[in-house]
Design a protein around this ligand. Structure first.
Ligand code: FE
Length: 206
């Protein structure tokens, strides 16, 4: 497994975290008071978890690879540019896109909690919210990348970006060699969630 340490950190946390307990308590209270409807909540979670997932982000990346004008606009003002494709809403108000190049590899974390561009990537994976990832991505990004199986062959500089409620990031991974002439649809299929967080490079080795 490429990120054993992070998985191990999870294995030790058998009890829900304080934050999870607080969320559960709050949800229960709001439902009892009739302020929220648990079915509506489940529907929202289902949309972000299953219907959106990382597919929207993959489409944006494929388009950026295929269309230099789109890419330039994406790097200039990602929020407005992805909104044109219909990708906007909760947790997607201020998106910044970061391009991986031969000299720079971008890695995204939220050191405080789990800020993440929902309209593009869906709900963040468990490890993204883990204490281990949040602390170590900043302290020892290369080691964390190595655990994810990421080998930066050009000795790229690693830039770590700390997400906040104000800014959420989308990494544009490097386009894999051998994909020249591919359609946007075909390119969309090969863009993985982790490559848009910066914890994978493409193509992802098995
Ligand atoms: Fe956060």
């Amino acid at each position: 497994m490429p990120h054993d340490d992070l998985n191990q950190a999870h294995a030790h946390s058998v009890l829900p975290s304080d934050a999870e307990l607080r969320v559960n308590a709050l949800e229960t209270l709001l439902i009892r008071k009739g302020l929220i409807d648990s079915e509506a909540l489940d529907a929202i979670i289902d949309i972000y978890e299953n219907k959106i997932g990382p597919k929207n982000g993959a489409r944006v990346v494929a388009k950026a690879w295929s269309d230099p004008v789109f890419k330039a606009r994406l790097l200039e003002d990602a929020t407005a540019t992805v909104a044109e494709l219909g990708f906007y809403g909760r947790q997607g108000e201020h998106i910044v896109s970061l391009e991986n190049t031969d000299s720079i590899h971008n890695l995204v974390v939220c050191t405080l909690c789990s800020c993440y561009p929902w309209p593009l990537l869906g709900i963040p994976p468990g490890w993204y919210k883990s204490d281990a990832y949040r602390a170590r991505a900043v302290r020892e990004p290369r080691k964390v990348l190595a655990e994810f199986g990421v080998v930066l062959e050009n000795g790229e500089d690693v830039r770590v970006w700390d997400s906040t409620a104000e800014i959420r990031y989308l990494v544009i991974p490097k386009r894999p060699p051998g994909t020249e002439g591919w359609s946007e649809d075909a390119l969309t299929e090969i863009v993985t969630r982790d490559s848009m967080i910066g914890t994978a490079i493409l193509p992802v080795s098995e």
